[in-house]
Design a protein around this ligand. Structure first.
Ligand code: FNR
Length: 372
């Protein structure tokens, strides 16, 4: 089995922009681990669409605006974030670095970035909390038994995580074809550390003629009643991740969900769905102005952040870039990547004539058919 190359203790000179971490990380991650992280599901049509949607979106800058008092602050769930770039929840980051999520949390804290810890993190939520800044959120996967889900929620509250992010787009979790073809198998020492006290439920017995999908996995998948139950069990704001349809967005808003993350899981849950960026405007229209909307899937630069904000997001999350930066240079790499992204966003705002995030709206996007 090939091993990762040890991470550096300094930033490599060839990193000039946040996306460079994607290229350099290939030299640090063992090929099968890289395939697991980089891959998307199926034929990777959605994975590619996430990028092409950003690349096809054109900015429409304005001149001679007053920018001397510019900033990137955003208010979310009653708190002020210094900038709108958060780290998305990523499972098993000990695949990339022995410190795993501890280093990711330190990188986020050093750059005033929001950080979302996965239920499937390689380090426990209690181990990570002291290394994270104030803006630490916990991503929740419903467990097979409600008492385990509730225990996770109470543990997250006790460790001062501020927001619960409930991911609903991946009842079925399968390694991508790319990972399977590369021979990826989860190493024994890489575990979902926060879950070790919750024994796996006995696998369902599938009778002849029954389906492993419907009577197996989906028999235990959460429904609307589970979400309502969760909302009644916590005082934390609950945000739902994995929304692509405006009708789901409306329904979630009506049930008391505090905010939504428009996401297709970085092209890892259902191949053939639209890019998150393409789904965003209809969801913003459905929930109206003022309702917290975040977006992830495909963000690789500050210019991408700008485009997501222009099309209706209040903030964004970055997935793969964080684990690439972690693999290359640990906490330092994560902090550096976040600093680069924020600076890229600021440069983009300045060049486009936007002093604050409130100035970044649909009018900043050029439409080919637009008339003077
Ligand atoms: C993920 N993602 C994810 N999401 C989640 O809610 N819980 C999780 O445990 C994971 N785990 C995970 C592992 C890996 C290796 C990847 C690449 C992604 C999805 C993640 O939060 C986010 O939605 C995407 O990564 C965003 O797309 P980009 O930024 O990677 O293009």
């Amino acid at each position: 089995m090939k091993q990762n190359r040890p991470p550096l203790t300094a930033i490599p000179a060839e990193i000039r922009c946040a996306q460079d971490y994607e290229i350099v990380a290939e030299h640090f991650l063992a090929p099968d681990r890289h395939a697991y992280i980089a891959g998307g599901c199926g034929r990777e049509i959605t994975l590619a669409a996430n990028r092409s949607a950003f690349d096809a979106t054109r900015l429409w800058p304005r001149l001679l605006r007053e920018l001397g008092r510019g900033h990137t602050a955003v208010d979310l769930f009653g708190r002020r974030l210094v900038h709108p770039i958060l780290l998305a929840p990523l499972a098993y980051q000990t695949l990339a670095h022995v410190q795993g999520e501890i280093d990711v949390a330190r990188g986020a804290a050093a750059t005033d970035s929001g950080f979302v810890l996965s239920t499937l993190a390689g380090r426990t939520l209690e181990e990570v909390a002291p290394h994270a800044g104030e803006e630490r959120w916990f991503q929740l996967y419903f467990q097979a038994e409600r008492r385990h889900t509730l225990d996770l929620v109470k543990r997250a509250e006790a460790a001062a995580y501020r927001v619960l992010v409930v991911t609903l787009d991946t009842a079925i979790k399968l390694p991508s074809l790319r990972a399977q073809r590369a021979g990826f198998v989860m190493p024994e020492q890489v575990v979902a550390a926060s879950l070790t006290d919750y024994p796996e439920p006995a696998p369902c017995v599938i009778e002849r003629g029954q389906s492993r999908v419907f009577q197996g996995v989906m028999a235990q998948a959460p429904g609307w009643d589970d979400l309502d139950w969760l909302l009644s069990q916590t005082r934390l704001p609950v945000v739902v991740k994995g929304v692509l349809h405006p009708d789901d967005a409306r329904q979630l808003q009506a049930r008391g969900v505090a905010g939504i993350i428009v996401s297709n899981h970085g092209g890892r849950s259902l191949d053939g769905v639209p890019a998150s960026l393409a789904a965003l405007p209809a969801i913003r229209a459905a929930v109206g102005a003022g309702y917290p909307l975040l977006l992830d899937s495909g963000i690789r630069s500050g210019g991408d952040v700008f485009k997501a904000l222009a099309l209706g997001a209040d903030a964004v999350l970055v997935g793969r870039l964080q684990i690439y930066a972690l693999a290359v240079a640990g906490a330092l790499g994560v902090a550096h990547m976040l600093r680069l992204l924020r600076e890229e966003l600021e440069v983009c705002m300045a060049q486009a004539g936007c002093a604050t995030l409130a100035d970044i709206g649909p009018a900043m996007i050029f439409k080919e058919t637009e008339e003077e």
